[in-house]
Design a protein around this ligand. Structure first.
Ligand code: HEC
Ligand code: HEC
Length: 413
């Protein structure tokens, strides 16, 4: 029987220690500018600034930030940090598309701040609420045609703006909460001269400003929140901690209004979360409440947790992720797939002995010649194999104390 030692990360979710530029209903929120400042402080602009030839992607503007330079995949998924490419890049859980890219790890606190921001919809500006959006439409005369008598889409009440009118646009939804790109409303006003269905609503008589357009986008991406009273639950604390080979989760809500329950999700890799339990909310009167849950069947190695916080109206949002490691006494590694194909992406899981968090991974040919060398981290890593002819190769992990692990990998083509 192996003895287990756990290491947990305790990070506060709330804004403690940060100067954030945006406040809604007494809670602080980050804007894109705060994120730019944070990335600058991490010297990301050494390589990722406009005109820099070291890397394609840059965050000089919100538009360039959200667009992938390299891989043609979205950098962020609004409202879902853990599935966002940016998050896997800065946690080191995913291989970058570019082989030449350096290691992109951020500190736990900075990570937490970016994670919270993405989970809140990654707004460029301070997240607007329904009355702000209504005021934008009113000041642009949208109500001159969108009257109750017109039979057209209406935004005069929150219920109306959230409902789909009978339109001739088939499956296209007027509003897909959390996804402005897929929402006809945003599509019609975003000034890109292309509309999925019908006419653009930002013509000569009602040109919305770029700030107004961005606010409408942020509002939809941020969950189309009605008012301060329907802001999603804010956690002031979420921790995971080892207790005799079980893992105890505990969290405290800061503001909790209309919360129905918390679904606890678990993953052994930080991706592909699965539901393991549900905890009912106790306080819906806006006061703070404490919760605990004991996970009795955690995995060896890494245990990631996140909370899916579900409101009474069925809308939900995610907490940041917590990691507790049940550490093994002897180092271990596993590789998949094996057999693998030339140039394939290998998943290499490495659980080191205590006191180490990085090592070199080497790919060796049958004669012991080193074909590829890369730094890997504790837990799950992705390593792209070089072009190899069929045969037997070795993956060797060499730690900084001279210890090593060797695994045979068969290449088939
Ligand atoms: C030493 C140079 C360097 C530094 C510093 C650096 N990066 Fe990178 N980064 C790269 C290279 C090279 C790539 C490969 C893709 C490319 O060319 O954009 C890359 C890729 C990325 C990508 C994927 C872009 C895409 O289009 O797919 C993101 C996101 C990223 N970096 C974020 C960051 C962040 C955040 C920081 C600061 C913590 C940072 N980088 C620091 C060199 C760097
Ligand atoms: C001159 C009259 C007029 C004005 C002003 C106008 N609209 Fe429209 N709008 C229409 C008509 C007609 C339709 C239905 C045909 C279409 O979709 O092109 C429509 C459709 C829409 C739809 C599609 C709803 C659906 O799902 O069927 C949205 C969203 C919309 N308008 C938003 C706006 C916004 C926001 C403004 C203000 C910036 C605005 N409209 C200003 C006439 C107008």
């Amino acid at each position: 029987m192996k003895s287990l030692i756990s290491i947990s990360f305790f990070i506060l979710l709330s804004a403690i220690g940060y100067s954030q530029s945006c406040e809604i209903g007494g809670s602080s929120f980050s804007t894109f500018q705060d994120i730019q400042t944070l990335l600058d402080a991490n010297a990301c602009n050494d390589c990722h600034a406009q005109g820099n030839t070291d890397a394609n992607w840059n965050y000089d503007s919100y538009a360039s930030f959200t667009k992938s330079g390299e891989c043609n995949q979205p950098i962020i998924i609004h409202g879902n940090a853990s599935d966002s490419y940016l998050y896997s890049v800065i946690t080191g859980t995913d291989d970058l598309c570019s082989e030449s890219a350096p290691i992109h790890k951020l500190s736990e606190t900075d990570l937490d701040k970016i994670e919270t921001w993405i989970n809140q919809g990654a707004p460029e500006f301070c997240l607007p609420l329904y009355p702000d959006i209504k005021a934008i439409f009113d000041s642009n005369n949208c109500q001159s045609c969108h009257t109750p008598a017109s039979g057209l889409w209406r935004y005069d009440t929150y219920q109306n703006i959230r409902s789909n009118p009978d339109n001739s646009c088939g499956e296209i939804m007027t509003m897909v909460v959390g996804n402005a790109q897929k929402s006809l409303l945003y599509d019609k006003i975003n000034n890109d001269n292309q509309v999925m269905c019908g006419e653009a609503m930002n013509g000569e008589f009602s040109p919305l400003s770029s700030l107004e357009i961005a606010q409408i986008r942020d509002w939809i991406n941020g969950g189309a929140i009605e008012s301060v009273a329907t802001l999603p639950v804010v956690l002031s604390r979420f921790e995971s901690e080892e207790r005799d080979m079980s893992i105890m989760l505990s969290w405290t809500t800061e503001i909790e209004i209309g919360t129905d329950n918390f679904v606890i999700e678990h993953s052994a890799t930080g991706r592909g979360f699965e539901e393991i339990a549900e905890v009912q909310s106790t306080g819906s009167d806006g006061s703070s409440s404490n919760y605990t849950y004991m996970h009795n069947t955690p995995s060896f190695g890494e245990n990631y947790y996140r909370l899916k916080m579900i409101d009474l109206d069925g809308s939900y949002n995610y907490s940041n992720i917590r990691l507790t490691r049940l550490e093994v006494e002897t180092a271990e590694m596993s590789i998949s797939p094996n057999p693998a194909r030339s140039s394939e992406r290998l998943k290499v899981t490495w659980y080191p002995r205590k006191g180490q968090d990085q090592a070199y991974l080497n790919i060796l040919d049958p004669n012991g010649r080193n074909l590829h060398k890369k730094i890997i981290f504790e837990g799950t890593n992705y390593v792209r194999l070089p072009v190899l002819i069929e045969g037997i190769y070795f993956v060797m992990i060499e730690d900084y104390f001279g210890g090593f692990l060797l695994e045979r990998v068969v290449i088939i083509n």
